[in-house]
Design a binder for this molecule. Structure first.
Ligand code: NAP
Length: 288
């Protein structure tokens, strides 16, 4: 691989916008912790410039990149190879430059599972899960859970036809029971009454729309239910506050953010990621 000036290797974040991303601080602190002479920079790349930006990973000899909103799906055609699970999900958030070949991975899915295990002590095998949302993050989470052996998966979305399309895709690779619906109906309440885990994968409640809540009837939340909100800004969404008040065990998306970053770091460096250092950096970057 080509040299990149004073650093042995340079890594990039490609997204739009990227100004408030916590990834640069998280990765740079991790490189520092392990004494690696590497650096991670954020680049604001518009959709029309994505192809050129991906080519630049190769041309400039970067070690790899993270790909974020809105490019996680659009980047696939520009890569030389896409790892199997990323191909199923249809989204790549990590690119590794292996001797000029760009390989795409999805670390959001295993990062979510790792956070569930490490932060919540929850193993999804044999469990009943309800997911709210059917966008990019919901796809990663749904595949992770389905391939992680859940017994049943309910996918509920404001636009239910997107939930149906996601369930159809998943049914081709996993054998779990699948159910879909909208956010208003009785089906969601029934599914929640039997669920072990509720995941919010919608953007409802995310800054600056902190008054929004994806679940219209919080009475459906019962004590002991694990509620995992992928949103991490604010640290506690209205959903998490309502769930906590009803005796649920609540988790925000910082854990997923840290573990997807840790898995990307390991793909790039071959070294075990300093997860605790990365979590402190993420919290610091978020001002929490
Ligand atoms: P996306 O592809 O744009 O999907 C957005 C989803 O949210 C869709 O299902 C959409 O429903 C739903 N939605 C939006 N506003 C809503 C509202 N007011 N009420 C109910 N549903 C609403 O976005 P994404 O990439 O999947 O991201 C979703 C969330 O996950 C974001 O908050 C993002 O920050 C978070 N996330 C966190 C991590 C992490 O590491 N913690 C990683 C990835 C994403 P419709 O289909 O009906 O429009």
């Amino acid at each position: 691989m080509k040299g990149t000036g004073q650093y042995d290797r340079v890594f990039a974040l490609i997204g739009h916008p990227v100004a408030h991303s916590v990834s640069p601080l998280m990765h740079n602190e991790a490189f520092g912790e392990l004494g690696l002479n590497c650096c991670y920079l954020a680049f604001d790349v518009k959709v029309d410039d994505l192809a050129a930006a991906v080519k630049a990973i190769r041309a400039l000899g970067l070690g790899g990149a993270n790909i974020t909103i809105p490019h996680k799906e659009g980047v696939l055609p520009y890569l030389d190879e896409v790892e199997e699970q990323a191909g199923l999900i249809g989204a790549v958030n990590t690119v590794v430059n292996r001797e000029g070949r760009l390989i795409g991975y999805n670390t959001d899915a295993p990062g979510f599972l790792e956070s569930l295990r490490a932060d919540a002590g929850f193993d999804p095998a044999g469990s009943r899960v309800v997911i709210l949302g059917a966008g990019g993050a919901a796809r990663a989470v749904a595949y992770a859970l389905a391939l992680g052996g859940v017994e049943s998966l309910g996918i509920f979305n404001r636009n239910p036809s997107r939930a149906e399309a996601l369930a159809r895709d998943i049914s081709r690779s996993a054998a779990c029971e699948l159910e879909t619906g909208d956010l208003q109906g009785i089906a969601l309440r029934r599914a929640l009454a039997r669920a072990d885990l509720l995941v919010n994968a919608t953007s409802a409640g995310m800054h600056p729309h902190t008054d929004e809540v994806p679940l219209p009837d919080p009475a459906a939340l019962r004590p002991g239910l694990i509620v995992y909100d992928l949103v991490y800004n604010p640290r506690k969404t209205r959903l998490l506050l309502e769930a906590e008040a009803r005796g649920c065990r609540v988790f925000n998306g910082i854990g997923m953010l840290v573990y997807q970053g840790a898995l990307a770091f390991e793909l790039w460096t071959g070294r075990k990621a300093p997860v605790a250092v990365m979590r402190v950096a993420a919290e610091k970057a978020l001002g929490t």
